[in-house]
Design a protein around this ligand. Structure first.
Ligand code: 13P
Length: 269
């Protein structure tokens, strides 16, 4: 059975009250789905709220109402800085994320790379620091539309991944996943073909092997994933989950994607 992970990246959406309401709706929906379908095989579910809403989400997860379902959801940071503390205005460190209830962090999202001008080396340094501190890392890579048109997709993925392999600390095996998110597919409704995602996933695994990464490396797909198209990604052999933006902001559509992941895991048994 293929282990699946679905991450809801809430980006710069939800103030604390909105985050609490959204998480409650997701937890209630999950409880309901579990009543219908039983305990498995459910995907691992993560939500990455803005930092300012982590405390509200942590409180919600402690609510007695969700005692039965709370194990099913983890909180993740949307980004993490490479130093543990210091004079870095606006930055959030891995120990801070851990203390705020996160066990995972998204690193190197294309919005960080493009809008905030984060370099490949910086993304790799962030991943290293997060892994060293004990977080699990979802490391994002993906090409821009022009790069795909020029046939440079695999070269771009290699370039984005390259600094990572030499920086990975001992013991990161099993705590790193790669999210393949083609930039042109993010928020555009132009999702990649499942076969293209499969090709990228196979390439990423091969790069990991060449880079000396030991063992299996899960690859997720991200970019305009919806309840309608999610099943097609979960059915291709090398995709082990999804990183979801827009469709994670409504409980109904996020739950639809979780159902598709459950069916995908079942189908691969
Ligand atoms: P959308 O699902 O809105 O395309 O966003 C994808 C994404 O960037 C998730 O990190």
């Amino acid at each position: 059975m293929k282990p699946m992970t679905v991450v809801g990246n809430w980006k710069m959406h939800t103030n604390p009250a909105e985050a609490r309401a959204l998480l409650r709706d997701i937890l209630r929906g999950l409880t309901h789905l579990r009543e219908i379908h039983g305990s498995g095989p459910w995907p691992r579910v993560l939500v990455a709220p803005p930092f300012t809403s982590l405390a509200a989400c942590q409180e919600t997860l402690r609510d007695d109402e969700f005692a039965e379902t709370v194990w099913a959801i983890h909180l993740a940071g949307q980004d993490v800085f490479w130093e543990a503390e210091g004079a870095y205005t606006g930055a959030i460190s891995a120990p801070m994320l851990l203390a705020s209830g996160c066990r995972e962090a998204v690193v190197g999202h294309s919005e960080r790379r493009r809008i905030f001008r984060e370099t490949e080396e910086e993304a790799a340094k962030k991943a290293k620091a997060a892994l060293e501190a004990g977080l699990e890392v979802f490391f994002c890579v993906g090409e821009e539309e022009k790069e795909r048109e020029r046939g440079e997709t695999l070269a771009v993925l290699r370039r984005q991944l390259e600094p990572l392999w030499s920086l990975l600390p001992e013991g990161s095996q099993g705590r790193l996943a790669i999210a393949y998110e083609p930039v042109w597919a993010i928020g555009t409704g132009k999702a990649a073909q499942p076969q293209d995602a499969e090709e990228a996933a196979l390439f990423i695994r091969e790069e990991a092997r060449k880079g000396g990464y030991p063992g299996d490396l899960p690859v997720l797909y991200g970019g305009s994933v919806t309840p309608e198209n999610a099943g097609a990604y979960f059915q291709v052999p090398s995709i082990q989950g999804a990183l979801v933006g827009g469709a994670s902001l409504k409980a109904a559509s996020f739950l639809g994607i979780l159902e598709a992941a459950r069916k995908g895991a079942e189908g691969s048994s």
